[in-house]
Design a protein around this ligand. Sequence first.
Ligand SMILES: *Cc1c(COP(=O)(O)O)cnc(C)c1O
Length: 408
Amino acid sequence: MTPAEITALDAADPLAAKRDAFHIPEGLIYLDGNSLGALPRNVPERVKQVVEKEWGTRLIRGWNEAGWIDLPRRVGDKIARLIGAPPHSVIAADSTSINLGKALSTALALRPERRIILSDTGNFPTDLYVAQGICQALGRELKTVAPEEVTGALDESVAVLMLTEVDYRTGRLHDMRALTRRAHAAGALTVWDLAHSAGALPVDVTAAGADFAVGCGYKYLNGGPGAPAFIYVRPQHAENFPPFLTGWMGHAAPFAFELGYRAGPGIDRMMVGTPAILSLCALDAALDVWEGVDMGLVRAKSIALGDLFIEEVERQGAGGGLVLASPRKGAERGSQVSFHCAAGYEVMQALIAEGVIGDFRAPDIIRFGMTPLTVRYRDVADAAGILSRILREGRWKSPSYATRAKVT
Ligand SMILES: *Cc1c(COP(=O)(O)O)cnc(C)c1O
């Protein structure tokens, strides 16, 4: 595309004004909002107010007077709107890993006669690790197949189908609706990980019939490093299941201090311990950014950004050794574009040194997140140009780029 065409795309972008709701450092092209979302401008003030006014002056009274005790439910309701869930079916709490453990163990309890948790080899490692631990504790078995073989592996031995909708490496999108229908036809329940879906594309857990879903607060929802995650339980199950982690915050009357556990109503029972109020407040404020945002527009822009990036990288970087790892068709991709790249770690370090932040995923993937509320068409075109120059000029070969940090 010509620079004039790219300028015209930004000028006509109905989401362009949303970028002002975020703090984005001057001169930086940030294509890693799929790993850690940018800082919404309203968050610092909110956190300051909660720390100084609520904690500082109300102290313990804040639980009632500032409504801290209901924050997991209030934040959960905001997330519910983004994933097609009804009110009071989502809570914000704990991490995605912990919520996966809660969802899986509960789903297994609803299918006591079946042995298998089915997942795929494209799933995020923590999902598989949690499933392995749960299987060991509860005497079940994790079976993983290639992503395209999931449907064929659904039989009457499968208790739970556990999948991540968008592959964290390639961005390949599973058909949540079709796979859930197939799982139900086989008598299995579903646990969906929406870490790369919530806030990235339209999600409708109700229409899909998903039984459980979990997702991340610090990626596309911009809640800040280590923000609380969320968990959804389909309302028709919510009263039927025994929670596995039976903590006091999930008790029907936490402040009755009874000696025996009684499950709280519905989704409340998925809470375990005291909520992380400071983090929840940051996430709560961050979610206000979504007020009035049309997810259809988000999806359309996300696909257009991805298409433009692929086109520009392939045009300018031809011969640079990059191989597209993401589906070429936008409809089959989440909100990211990845390439296989032999010296991927070094190339990404060189990119970061030149003001383009993406990330590297072992063994050889360089990954670029398209967060439509913050990324402009010109960012994507510029990033493609810088990437191509780094490859052409071999700038990634500097020894300083070869030392691996703990977080890649
Ligand atoms: C980011 C991510 C997680 C992260 O889990 P945490 O418990 O927050 O560390 C889990 N699953 C998937 C698919 C992810 O992309």
